[in-house]
Design a protein around this ligand. Structure first.
Ligand code: NAP
Length: 245
């Protein structure tokens, strides 16, 4: 029987992260995932992954808190004794704001979560991943579109994620670890409502060349491909999953 491999997904309770957790479980991975505070949704995701045959470890852990990140990786090691892949999915937009409206506190919170938290997870993962291991960062098409008038702070944080992905792919190649990013476009999750724009996907769909928003499952498919051996010569790639947007 093939050995079971272990993936850690940050922000796996809802949305894109939950779709990654469910699909990874169906593809034969054991799965650890974190969430920020919504224990009920995390429990649903955990149950679905278990039903798909995976061993699952769900943990409340704020990716912006370095001590929580260290504790997360220690818990994965204690439970599974190995880590084969990391999906850095946890991310926040902060409120809708132009640069002039935004505050340092918003920039700090968004960068602490989306950039510093992600970098800390990469550091912990690289100390553990074997040759053949992989990291996928969930960035955003906002890094290229710029987020002007909506959430420029968020777009700038995803620009940092793109650049980190390219640089870290070069550093980690010697270790046999691949590092890639997906750049989702307009994806139908609760993220938009949390930023105060519940109708955002419907309102902006017409501006997408494919004329619709995407689903969390469509992003998860791209993530699982980048994690798989089918992508064995792919590193440092930024893969748009955006319907052409
Ligand atoms: P979502 O529906 O809001 O779900 C976010 C998930 O991340 C939740 O499980 C949440 O936990 C968790 N989370 C949030 N902050 C966290 C923190 N500080 N520490 C640990 N976990 C945290 O968001 P989504 O739409 O799935 O987005 C996931 C990723 O895709 C993000 O990086 C986002 O920037 C990126 N993305 C999304 C879109 C889109 O259109 N939706 C487009 C491009 C990129 P709780 O459930 O406990 O709150």
């Amino acid at each position: 029987m093939a050995e079971r491999t272990v993936v850690l997904v940050t922000g796996g309770g809802r949305g894109i992260g939950a779709a990654v957790v469910r699909l990874a479980a169906r593809r034969g991975w054991d799965v650890a995932f974190t969430y920020a505070g919504n224990a009920a949704r995390a429990a649903e995701t955990e149950a679905a992954a278990r039903d798909a045959g995976a061993q699952v470890l769900a943990m409340q852990a704020d990716v912006a808190d370095p001590r929580a990140v260290a504790a997360t990786f220690a818990a994965v090691e204690a439970r599974f004794g190995r880590l084969d892949a990391l999906v850095n999915n946890a991310g926040i937009t902060g409120p809708k704001a132009t640069l002039r409206e935004s505050t340092d506190a918003v920039w700090e919170q968004v960068f602490r979560t989306n950039v510093l938290g992600l970098a800390a997870c990469c550091r912990e993962a690289l100390a553990r991943l074997p040759a053949g291991g992989a990291i996928v960062n969930v960035s955003s098409r906002a890094s290229q579109i710029g987020g002007g008038g909506e959430w420029i702070h968020y777009a700038a944080s995803k620009g940092a994620v793109d650049t980190l992905t390219i640089g870290l792919a070069k550093e980690a190649a010697a270790q046999g670890v691949r590092v890639n990013a997906v750049n989702p476009g307009l994806i139908d999750t609760e993220l938009h409502a949390m930023a105060g724009m519940p109708d955002r996907v419907a309102r902006m769909s017409a501006a997408v060349p494919m004329a619709r928003g995407g689903s969390a499952e469509e992003v998860a498919e791209a993530v699982l491909w980048l994690l798989s051996d089918a992508a064995s010569y792919v590193t440092g790639a930024l893969l748009p999953v955006s319907g052409g947007r």
